[in-house]
Design a binder for this molecule. Structure first.
Ligand SMILES: Nc1nc2c(c(=O)[nH]1)N[C@H]1C(S)=C(S)[C@@H](COP(=O)(O)OP(=O)(O)OC[C@H]3O[C@@H](n4cnc5c(N)ncnc54)[C@H](O)[C@@H]3O)O[C@H]1N2
Ligand code: MOO
Length: 451
């Protein structure tokens, strides 16, 4: 495990430094685990073992077409008339058929090539000379056919063409795709060791949040948008999630954090809201209180609450909880708590740009990297981030196919930047990053991240 990073002394840090701090904190505290799963349940997971091919695929030479199998001499000889032999359907055993240069065996796609046979001519290229022709165009056994010349190996799928027995099939750390599941199934592999999903607790709430989705919220109350949104984000990124709703009681939150750490054993937790400058900042108050309690089984070991130089998502917090085991050995484990700001768009943006890369590091998936596109603004329009801050603008992304064959990525930022405008964010596909001190005009290049 990596050493713990030092937490910032200053109250404002750059988005890049803060992202690195979250990554380093999770790398230093989260133990990567693996588990065995039935093959069909491994889609989207990451392999935790190297796998070698148990057998060559294909594991016998077979036909790529419905047609006639020929010997190498038969395929090349001048006389193009052949006697039709016994059928060779897929699944049959064709090792003991007579080998003759003037016999062509009707062979089906995937059927084993008869021993001593080396080429296949598709049935469409055959002409029946004598005997009856069936609906598929094959002549009956004993009939005569005319076939064009063929080369050695034509339409033959050779042993080991895809992979040879003993070759490396897949390595630990590779994503398990549907095609890989198929390839492993064809090897007879029925279960796999995969990386376990990180366990993430998502805590949202505040006294203004009501969970009663049936009734219209009372005056001053709102429904929880951030809990379901964070569950969806972390779940889609490969985490096993547990969602918890809280109020504004500091004692209750201390109890919830303690119980979850001891019973559910999350790898880390994400809170949303309750960290800025108000009077009831429950998350900041609870974590600060946990720094001061002595002899509790779960205590805060470090906390940092400050600002990341960005908008939205400025107010941020990071804490480390230490859970001491009940065993005599006094062993302990650390659980990071990432505290995101409560405005829904701030939660969304912070998750995408600060948490997603760190989670990807644990799941083994690859977090989307920033890409660049071209800003599509109105004529004369200029965009600037607030002074000293990186701004993340929600934007529509369009791909435009130019007449010269090039493809341009056009980014149209939402003119409204309010961090309560979640519906508008839901109509965007990307976050455009505006760097501090830069004036952006239409046609300028900007980096973006997918939402
Ligand atoms: N005096 C100052 N006030 C504020 C500052 C500041 O620097 N000085 N920063 C503002 C910014 S920017 C943000 S972002 C917020 C962050 O505040 P908190 O993280 O403490 O979040 P809350 O106050 O709890 O909530 C903010 C906002 O979001 C709504 N919210 C919270 N949770 C949810 C949820 N689960 N679902 C839907 N909506 C939620 C909440 O009702 C508030 O409207 O602070 C600013 N203030
Ligand atoms: O950091 Mo706040 O996110 O600007 O709304």
């Amino acid at each position: 495990m990596n050493p713990l990073p030092t937490f910032p002394r200053q109250s404002t840090v750059s988005p890049t430094d803060y992202r690195h701090l979250i990554e380093a904190t999770l790398a230093a505290t989260v133990q990567c685990r693996s588990e065995k799963l039935p093959l069909v349940e491994t889609s989207g997971r990451v392999l935790a073992q190297d796998l070698r091919a148990l057998r060559s695929v294909p594991h016998f030479d077979n036909s790529q077409m419905d047609g006639y199998a020929l010997t190498a001499l038969g395929a090349a000889r001048d006389d193009r008339t052949f006697i039709v032999g016994a059928d060779v359907p897929a699944g049959s055993d064709a090792r003991d058929l007579p080998i003759r240069d003037d016999i062509a065996y009707p062979i089906m796609t995937g059927a084993p090539l008869p021993a001593g046979y080396d080429a296949v001519v598709p049935v469409e290229r055959s002409r029946v000379l004598t005997g009856e022709q069936d609906a598929a165009g094959f002549a009956q056994r004993g009939g005569q056919i005319d076939l064009p010349r063929a080369a050695f190996g034509d339409f033959v799928r050779r042993v080991g063409e895809d992979i040879e027995a003993g070759e490396l099939l897949a390595t630990a750390g590779c994503p398990i795709t549907s095609a890989l599941i198929g390839a492993l199934a064809s090897q007879g592999i029925g279960s796999l060791k995969v990386r376990s999903s990180p366990r993430v607790v998502l805590i949202t709430g505040g006294d203004e949040i009501t969970l009663d989705t049936e009734a219209a919220p009372e005056s001053g109350k709102i429904l929880d948008a951030n809990g379901p949104m964070l569950c969806a984000l972390a779940g889609a990124d490969g985490a096993e999630t547990q969602r918890v709703a809280i109020g504004d009681s500091v004692e209750q939150l201390v109890g919830v954090l303690t119980r979850l750490v001891l019973t559910w054993r999350p790898d880390f937790m994400i809170t949303s809201g309750g960290i800025s400058h108000g009077k009831y900042e429950v998350v900041r108050l609870a974590l600060t209180a946990m720094m001061e309690t002595k002899d509790a089984r779960v205590q805060a070991e470090r906390t940092w609450f400050g600002h990341v130089a960005q908008q939205p998502g400025g107010p941020q917090g990071l804490s480390l909880l230490r859970a001491t085991s009940q065993e005599q050995d006094g062993s302990a484990h650390l659980v990071p708590v990432i505290s995101l700001p409560g405005n829904p768009v701030s939660t969304l943006v912070s998750y995408v740009e600060l948490v997603r890369p760190a989670l990807a590091q644990l799941t083994g998936r690859v977090a989307p990297q920033p890409r660049h596109g071209v800003l599509a603004l109105a004529e004369g329009e200029e965009l600037q981030a607030p002074e000293g801050k990186t701004q993340y603008r929600r934007a529509r992304l369009e791909r435009v196919f130019e007449s010269d064959g090039t493809v341009r990525t056009l980014l149209t930022p939402d003119p409204l930047t309010g961090s309560h405008l979640l519906h508008r964010a839901a109509t965007a596909q990307v976050l455009v990053q505006l760097d501090p001190g830069v004036t952006y005009r239409s046609g300028d290049v900007a980096f973006y991240l997918p939402l």
